[in-house]
Design a binder for this molecule. Structure first.
Ligand SMILES: CC(C)(COP(=O)(O)OP(=O)(O)OC[C@H]1O[C@@H](n2cnc3c(N)ncnc32)[C@H](O)[C@@H]1OP(=O)(O)O)[C@@H](O)C(=O)NCCC(=O)NCCS
Length: 144
């Protein structure tokens, strides 16, 4: 079945949430994944939002971001029904090309321990695993 990687807009917000739910990917719907927050992020840079469409349905998603120093890959997910068809790789090709075009020279991703599949995926794409780096965060609330 044919699929295509395209940019998406705030009109597709519910579809994006559905993909994450079907994929079992945790998100922050009251925080940085809320409709208002995503809308603001899209206003800042609409190029960061890429999805995979198949037969008029969203089946995969990825969000890029940057803090001005590094590029980041966020919330990569593909619905279980359409895994192992190269969709995650196609989404990463698309967002990496965009992040590379910004000239930052570095793309990073945070992966939770249990996500063995995504560890393999990113390592196979040349991402280096830093055993010596620990992720710390300071939050206004657990929802952000
Ligand atoms: C990880 C995920 C995005 C992969 O999506 P996908 O479309 O099935 O992946 P692709 O078909 O593009 O790529 C598969 C490649 O990734 C690796 N891979 C993906 N899932 C894997 C798994 N469960 N176990 C082992 N390797 C896996 C393989 O190396 C494979 O490479 P190959 O084609 O050379 O065999 C998908 O399983 C998913 O949505 N998981 C839940 C959410 C998640 O963990 N997201 C990542 C957050 S960083």
């Amino acid at each position: 079945m044919e699929y295509e990687i395209v940019k998406f807009s705030i009109d597709d917000y519910d579809s994006m949430i559905k993909v994450w739910e079907l994929a079992g990917l945790p998100s922050k719907p009251l925080g940085r994944d809320s409709r208002d927050s995503i809308s603001t992020q899209m206003d800042n840079d609409p190029g960061m939002f890429r999805c995979c469409m198949m037969d008029g349905q969203m089946v995969g998603v990825v969000i890029g971001s940057t803090d001005g120093r590094r590029g980041y890959i966020n919330r990569l997910a593909v619905v279980p029904k359409h895994r192992n068809k190269g969709i995650a790789k196609a989404l990463l090709d698309s967002i990496e090309e965009y992040l590379d075009s910004l000239g930052l020279g570095i793309i990073t991703v945070l992966i939770e321990d249990e996500s063995e599949g995504s560890m393999k995926l990113f390592k196979a794409r040349g991402y280096h695993f830093h055993e010596d780096i620990h992720y710390l965060s300071k939050r206004e609330s657990p929802d952000v």
